[in-house]
Design a protein around this ligand. Structure first.
Ligand code: SF4
Length: 336
């Protein structure tokens, strides 16, 4: 059974210029022990979606639809109920560790407090768990590091501390929002390796938010591609790389480093994502899509429909033959 089930989620922000629909009818699910990657450019709604799940949105936002953790509906829970769930049942890793760490408190005090907030254990026991947590994420001399302040650590070490803090209470759901984006390439690789190791030990459902399909390939079982607030393609990672179906996914794949594609029309995604204040009718990718047809620019937008290959689904008016042909051409060029 799915641990996290999101159905028809709509997250809208009130602004002076009007409502901004950051998430527009997203449905997805993740099983325990699995990693779902949510991939897309900045502003596509992936972070708004993760904050909706965690109940961390500002008061200017409204959330509609359904978000269930196991059997429990999260939309409509009070602030105190959500606070209890965060840290107990679900935790989040942010791009910037300083979002979660208090700069004027020693690492050890913060970790001990995080344990005791959610578990009835003695201070000695909480301390032991905190030291073990730091050791588990590869922090050398964890006893000594307990006395450090966050700013005394490198960016990679701070990220490890945040991961340790997120895992302290063995959450059932872990959301990692661009966990490696702010790090240099070497540290990025170390943190990805750490998360790969942890995923087999922590039997949690993990949602990994990223703009980088390379990170998805490293860590995820399934992937949902988001564009302008909607999911446009969903598949297992193997299926997505073998048979990519959506023109936007083709553009993301083509822009992965190290890919030299002969086909110019797949090489780059021209233009920028639309404003979510006044998004275009029909398929929101149409203004940038080299395959756009008249039908694409009119409502209703193409619905997410099964491709016939396992759980894979795509929202695009192109016929399956054309999608298979263009996707195969992209895969063929990658292998050439
Ligand atoms: Fe391109 Fe049309 Fe498919 Fe949208 S529906 S991705 S515009 S072909």
């Amino acid at each position: 059974m799915a641990l996290l089930t999101v159905e028809n989620l709509r997250t809208t922000f009130r602004t002076d210029d009007g409502p901004v629909g950051a998430v527009d009818g997203v449905s997805l699910s993740v099983d325990a022990g699995k990693v779902l990657g949510i991939v897309g450019e900045s502003g596509c709604g992936k972070s708004a979606m993760s904050l909706s799940i965690m109940g961390l949105l500002p008061k200017t936002a409204t959330v509609e639809g359904s978000i269930r953790l196991g059997e429990r509906e999260l939309i409509g829970l009070s602030g105190s109920e959500l606070r209890r769930l965060r840290g107990d049942d679900m935790a989040m890793i942010f791009q910037d560790p300083m979002t979660s760490l208090n700069p004027v408190m020693r690492i050890g005090e913060q970790l001990i407090e995080a344990v005791r907030l959610h578990q009835k254990v003695s201070k000695v026991e909480a301390r032991q768990r905190a030291v073990a947590g730091l050791a588990a994420v590869g922090i050398p001399s964890p006893e000594d590091r307990m006395r450090s302040y966050p700013l005394e650590l490198s960016g990679g070490m701070r990220q490890r501390v945040m991961i340790a803090m997120a895992l302290l209470n063995r959450p059932r759901l872990l959301i990692a929002d661009e966990p490696t984006t702010a790090l240099d390439v070497t540290t990025q690789a170390q943190i990805l390796e750490l998360m790969r190791d942890l995923r087999s030990e922590v039997d949690a459902a993990i949602v990994l938010i990223t703009h980088d399909l390379g990170v998805v390939a490293e860590l995820c079982d399934e992937v949902a591609v988001m564009y302008a607030g909607r999911i446009v393609e969903r598949a297992t990672v193997d299926e997505l790389f073998a048979h990519p179906q959506h023109p936007y996914t083709w553009g993301l794949l083509a822009s992965l480093p190290g890919r030299n594609l002969a086909s110019e029309r797949l090489h780059q995604i021209p233009g920028t994502p639309p404003s979510l204040l006044r998004p275009p009718a029909g398929c929101r990718f149409a203004p940038r899509c080299p395959f756009a047809m008249d039908v694409c620019r009119a409502d209703p937008a193409p619905a997410l429909t099964s491709t016939g290959r396992g759980s894979a689904a795509v929202a695009c008016h192109l016929t399956q033959d054309v999608r298979d042909r263009e996707g195969a051409r992209l895969s063929g060029e990658e292998q050439a």
